[in-house]
Design a protein around this ligand. Sequence first.
Ligand code: IPE
Ligand code: IPE
Ligand code: MG
Length: 260
Amino acid sequence: MLKKFQRWKKEEQIGERPLSDRKKELLNYEIPNHIAIIMDGNGRWAQKRSLPRIMGHHEGMKVVRRITKVANELGVKALTLYAFSTENWKRPKMEVDFLMKLPEEFLGTFLPELIEENVQVRIMGNKDELPSHTLRAVEKAMNETKNNTGLILNFALNYGSRYEMVEGIKKIIADYEQNNLKLDDINEDCFSSYLMSKELPDPDLLIRTSGELRLSNFMLWQLAYTEFWFTDTLWPDFGEEDFVEAIEDFQNRGRRFGGI
Ligand code: IPE
Ligand code: IPE
Ligand code: MG
C-alpha cells in the first residue's frame, strides 16, 4: 500500500528529469491496466493555425500512434480511445465524412506496425450506422490482430454510453424472456457483461485533453471509480511526456473505492 502513497515529492517532478528516467521509474509502481482517453481539441488545434478542422483530426491520428506505442511499452493492458461519439453525427457532413475515413487511413498506414507490436485492435460502438468502408477497415484490423496478446487498442467509434446501456437493458430483457436469465442473476457484474466493454476491466485512469471537464457520454457506468486526469493540452499536441505525467499523477493517488 505504501508504494502508492506519495510516490515522490512534487518538487522533484518539476526538476529536469529525462523522460526516459521517468518512464523507467513508472515501472516501479502500479501501471494502470486500462486507460481511457477522450481525445479532444483537434478542431481548436487547427483553428488556432487557421487550418480547416479536419487537419486537426489528421494530426490527432499521429498522436494515436505515438500514445499506443508508449502504452504498449509500459505494459498497459487496454487503451480505449474515444474517436467518435453518437452525438458527433451533428457535425457538418464534410467533417463526419472525413472522420469516417480516418480509420482506413490510420490502419492502412499503421496496421503492419500494430501487428508487429502484438497489439490487438477492437472497436466498441454502434456498428450498424457506420459506413461500410469504415467498418471494413476496422474489421480487417480486428481480424488480423485477433491472435495478438499485447495491448488491446479499443476504439470507441460511434459510441455513446447511454445508447450502450439502453441496448444492454434490451438484451437483458430478451434473455430474461427467453428464460436464459433469472431476475436474481441480474447484478452489477451481470449488467457489465451486457455492455460493449464486457471483455475489459473498468478503466483505472481517464484522460481528457483540451481543458473540457465533462464526460460527453463516455463510459458512464465503467468510470464509477476511475481516476480522472484533465489537461488543457489539445489532443494533437499531446505527447509522451503528457502521458507519462498522467500516469505519474495516477500513481500518486490514493484509491479507496469507498473504504478507508
Ligand atoms: C475531438 O476533437 C475529436 C472528435 C470529437 C472526433 P474535436 O473535433 O472535438 O475538437 P474541438 O473540441 O472542436 O476543438
Ligand atoms: C467527445 O468530444 C467525443 C470525442 C472525443 C470523440 P466532443 O468534442 O464531441 O464533446 P463535447 O461536444 O465538447 O462535449
Ligand atoms: Mg471537442
